[in-house]
Design a protein around this ligand. Structure first.
Ligand code: PMV
Length: 342
């Protein structure tokens, strides 16, 4: 690390009770609390280097320079952090994911958590976890939950500073496993920001909100008691409920493919054969298979055996966002043309 540069690593997360809809879209203040688990194998590592000679920020993700709205969103996040530090130097940002972007594994969660921590450190800011979480939230709501470690609770609150996430339990508390079955690597047509805005047009939005206090209580208690038999049915109900809102929004958002539906039915069959595994989904087609560590090898091998599953990513509970040593740069990365490389 140099005085004006830092590298941070953050895990993505899977929500058991989900965030869908903003009370304040500009500040990304959610309607409801949400509860999640960090994903150990789905991480983003981001280096931020401040350079007074740079004319504009450059942001490279997995070998491609961001342009357009994606670049503006990252620059807005850098601006927030620079304003807080009273700095105006532009930044060179290089980011690497261990998983495909835009497929229902939330790259924005790990991405904005890592960017926030690296940029804050590069700008010399000394912030506590709650402050970092609240700033990460401004980039992507779910990024607030990727700042603390393990099992995480994000509170809906009326003000910018008060809506942040905190850890409910450390990663070692429970060997819950998320076996992500990737059925599509295509970038989704409507990102979650569009989904949050459309959610309020669904006639089922208010009904889902009214059910969330009960689901949040189940999530918190089941995590505290390591009780998958209690957590599992609730997470399936909650995922289907979120997709019921998405499907009935105007315009309708259909995130599923045929493979998604086949896999959802398959999970019920595995369970009736005696395997304790439950599904959840994010805003995408891939299916997150939730089970305890001792059943993860069986779930992984069954998922790999399905012809419509492209790949499988096995995650244990992941840690908190953290500063890491700089990563050696790929020879083809850094100062190239937009969209160059892969
Ligand atoms: O943080 P966003 O804007 O990408 O929204 C995440 C939305 C869901 O992944 C569907 C739910 C959640 O709570 O993570």
């Amino acid at each position: 690390m140099t005085p004006d540069g830092a590298t941070a690593l953050a895990c993505s997360n899977i929500a058991f009770v989900k965030y869908w809809g903003n009370l304040d879209p500009a500040l990304r203040l959610p309607f409801n609390d949400s509860v999640s688990m960090n994903l150990s194998a789905a991480t983003t590592t981001t280096a931020v280097e401040l350079d007074h000679d740079l004319q504009r920020d450059t942001v490279e993700v997995d070998g491609r320079l961001l342009t357009g709205a994606a670049l503006e969103r990252a620059v807005a996040q850098l601006d927030l952090i620079r304003a807080r530090a009273g700095l105006d130097a532009r930044a060179r940002v290089v980011s690497r994911n261990t998983f495909p972007m835009g497929t229902g594994i939330a790259s924005s969660a790990s991405g904005f958590a890592a960017l926030t921590l690296a940029a804050a450190r590069a700008c010399g800011l000394r912030l506590d976890e709650a402050q970092l979480s609240a700033i990460a939230r401004r980039g992507s709501g779910s990024a607030a939950r990727s700042v603390p470690g393990g099992f995480v609770d994000w509170h809906a609150a009326a003000t910018d500073e008060a809506s942040y996430a905190r850890s409910l339990a450390a990663p070692a508390h429970w060997d819950l496993t998320d076996v992500v079955a990737v059925v599509s690597r295509e970038h989704k047509a409507v990102g979650s920001s569009g989904g949050h805005a459309a959610a309020l047009t669904s006639p089922h939005f208010a009904a889902r909100l009214s059910l969330l206090p009960g689901r949040l209580a189940v999530a918190r208690e089941a995590i505290a008691g390591r009780d998958l038999a209690r957590l599992g049915p609730m997470i399936e109900e909650e995922a289907l409920c979120l997709h019921a809102v998405a499907l009935t929004s105007r315009p309708p958002l259909i995130y599923w493919t045929g493979a998604t539906v086949s896999l959802l039915s398959q999970v019920a069959r595995w369970r009736s054969d005696g395997l304790p595994v439950f599904f959840t989904l994010d805003a995408g087609p891939n299916v997150h298979l939730i089970c305890e560590g001792r059943h993860a090898p069986a779930v992984e091998s069954l998922a790999r055996g399905l012809p419509y599953v492209e790949s499988v990513l096995v995650n244990e509970p992941g840690g908190h966002a953290r500063i890491v040593p700089p990563v050696a740069r790929h020879p083809s990365s850094g100062d190239g043309e937009p969209e160059r490389g892969a």
